[in-house]
Design a protein around this ligand. Structure first.
Ligand SMILES: Nc1ncnc2c1ncn2[C@@H]1O[C@H](COP(=O)(O)OP(=O)(O)OP(=O)(O)O)[C@@H](O)[C@H]1O
Length: 298
């Protein structure tokens, strides 16, 4: 549904995005991760039509986003730094949204009051950081957009509100097939709600995968042998990383869990545990593969 092809974005001569490709399916939640300064906010602003691409394309249902009001009416972007008109109450801000977005649903806005419960007469700029963020979700979900773009969205929300917002997002994805692209440094949180993940590094998406597939394809193996790690095993093509911890070896191996077990069993281990990696570990490992030091983290 959203197709990004060969996207290039420069600030002066500094090329932030260097021919990036990305796909977000209808009715899915895509988690975008990457280190500080990798270009996530830049990418999200391009996808929201805020920036013009230097080259390449961003298509939503086959239509380009930039300067295309028809497409942009169906996209809501919640940036990391929220903007509200200075003197507007929540009600007045909602009225503004109603004028701008044809899909605005007044009943939904009223229903969501039960969830957020903030007096609509209050001035938005006078609210706390977390409350401003709640208003952003309240307004966004009342538009019923096809695409919701979220930059570090849950920062500043208390745990109860976080959980409510996540449920609302997932309900809209399931019921209306809304697509969400969400950037965050909180990998644990992304793991809970996303079904696709992309890692942005050096101006490109270096890994894009369904989260389940990503997790199934890689495991952490704890094993021990009477005479040390057999060389044949340590050199196997699917052993991505190994280290010794006391008398136990830790291996990161690609492949199906059963195949990994069979492969290690051949060397008659004294101990063999095959454990799934958390998304955080996968991320750290994959980043390790491109130059980040993982030894202290796994
Ligand atoms: N308007 C701008 N003008 C010049 N350079 C910019 C601009 N916006 C971003 N950059 C640069 O582009 C690079 C990517 O920035 P961006 O904010 O997209 O990264 P990010 O992945 O969102 O980072 P973080 O995780 O720290 O929020 C950075 O080097 C930043 O300094």
């Amino acid at each position: 549904m959203i197709e990004v092809r060969q996207l290039v974005k420069k600030f002066d001569k500094f090329e932030v995005l260097k021919g990036l490709d990305l796909n977000v399916r209808r009715g899915s939640i895509y988690g975008l991760v990457g280190s500080n300064g990798a270009g996530k906010t830049t990418l999200l602003k391009l996808m929201a039509g805020v920036y013009r691409p230097d080259s390449g394309s961003i298509m939503v249902d086959g239509q380009p986003v930039f300067e295309n009001n028809h497409v942009k009416e169906n996209i809501i972007f919640i940036p990391d730094e929220l903007f509200y008109f200075n003197h507007y109450s929540i009600r007045e801000t909602a009225n503004f949204f109603r004028q701008v977005y044809p899909t605005w649903d007044e009943n939904r806005f009223d229903e969501l009051f039960k969830v957020f419960g903030i007096d609509v007469k209050r001035r938005v700029t006078k609210l706390s950081k977390g409350m401003k963020r709640q208003v952003a979700f309240w307004l966004a979900l009342s538009v019923k957009p096809q695409v919701l773009i979220l930059d570090e969205p849950l920062d500043g929300l208390d745990p109860m509100v976080r959980s409510k917002v996540k449920k609302l997002l997932m309900a809209d994805v399931a019921e209306r097939e809304m697509s969400i692209i969400i950037s965050s440094h909180n990998l644990r949180e992304l793991e809970d709600i996303c079904d696709y993940m992309g890692i942005l590094h050096d101006g490109k998406i270096i890994i894009e995968s369904e989260l389940d597939a990503l997790k199934k394809g890689i495991s952490k193996v704890q094993t021990a042998f009477p005479e040390g790690l057999p060389e044949e095993l340590s050199r196997a093509g699917n052993v991505l990383y190994h280290e010794k911890r006391g008398s136990v070896y830790l291996l990161i191996m690609r492949g199906d869990e059963q195949d990994i077990k069979a492969q290690v069993q051949k060397f008659r281990p004294l101990l063999l545990d095959v454990l799934p990696l958390t998304f955080e570990e996968i991320f750290v490992y994959e980043m390790g593969g491109i130059g980040y030091d993982i030894r202290n983290i796994l």
